[in-house]
Design a protein around this ligand. Structure first.
Ligand code: ADP
Ligand code: 5GP
Length: 205
């Protein structure tokens, strides 16, 4: 696929991916674009359809998968999630760095695709801290918290696999985690800025 190299941000639910991403997208709104996934889970308060996710029924999602519309998809915590080809293309059409927030199954499936992104995982300092964050967020039922913690324990182990991720960011103190993320992406941000400057109209007056 054409354009700047995409970025995959993965890591256990509750690790802080959305928090870091929101800030990154705010600070560099013309450089990065979010790949809006589809999901069959219910929207949380303040989540906007078409911005945070495309909220769909399982039937709609299965139909679109059968039609070959997805780059990858996975079942997570009792719901389906997937990256449509259109979601990535619409960001790439704007010449922005496309960011995908996906789970470990998504990472493994994207590795089989031709997307060729930078792979970053955001990890919590411990499972206990992760559990506290998930509980304090007040978005999950007890059953959902348990499913997410079980997935987290497995995924944190898999994350250690050499070569799976290009960078591992421990999100303990938010400011430090954000600085580390910026450091990892600095080269790509510079390249994207240079690209924009060289393609913008010159003022010869
Ligand atoms: P994810 O997108 O990975 O599921 P979130 O970004 O929703 O995780 O973060 C989970 C919760 O933890 C949110 O309530 C968020 O405000 C909080 N949080 C994120 N990073 C930190 C941090 N470094 N310290 C304390 N709380 C945090
Ligand atoms: P949440 O329900 O907390 O928004 O997301 C749950 C998990 O699904 C997170 O780990 C998130 O990264 C993952 N996820 C979100 N969108 C996608 C997607 O399009 N594909 C895959 N494979 N995982 C996704």
């Amino acid at each position: 696929m054409a354009g700047p190299q995409p970025v995959v941000l993965s890591g256990p639910s509750g690790a802080g991916k959305s928090t870091l991403l929101k800030r990154l997208l705010q600070d560099h709104e013309d450089i990065f674009g979010f790949s809006v996934s589809h999901t069959t889970r219910k929207p949380r308060p303040r989540e906007v359809n078409g911005k945070d996710y495309h909220f769909v029924t399982r039937e709609e999602m299965e139909k679109a998968i059968k039609a070959g519309e997805f780059l990858e998809y996975a079942e997570f915590s009792g719901n389906m999630y997937g990256t449509s080809k259109a979601a990535v293309h619409s960001v790439q059409a704007k010449n922005q760095i496309c960011i995908l927030d996906i789970d470990m199954q998504g990472v493994k499936n994207i590795k089989k695709s031709d997307l060729n992104p930078i792979y970053i995982t955001v990890l919590p300092p411990s499972v206990a801290v992760l559990e506290k964050r998930l509980r304090d967020r007040k978005t999950e039922t007890e059953e959902s918290i348990q499913k997410r913690l079980n997935a987290a324990i497995k995924d944190m182990e898999i994350s250690k696999e050499p070569g799976l991720f290009d960078s591992i960011i421990i999100n303990d103190v938010l400011e430090e985690a954000y600085s580390n993320l910026m450091r990892v992406l600095q080269g790509e941000i510079l390249k994207a800025e240079q690209c924009k400057n060289s393609s913008s109209p010159k003022d010869f007056s």
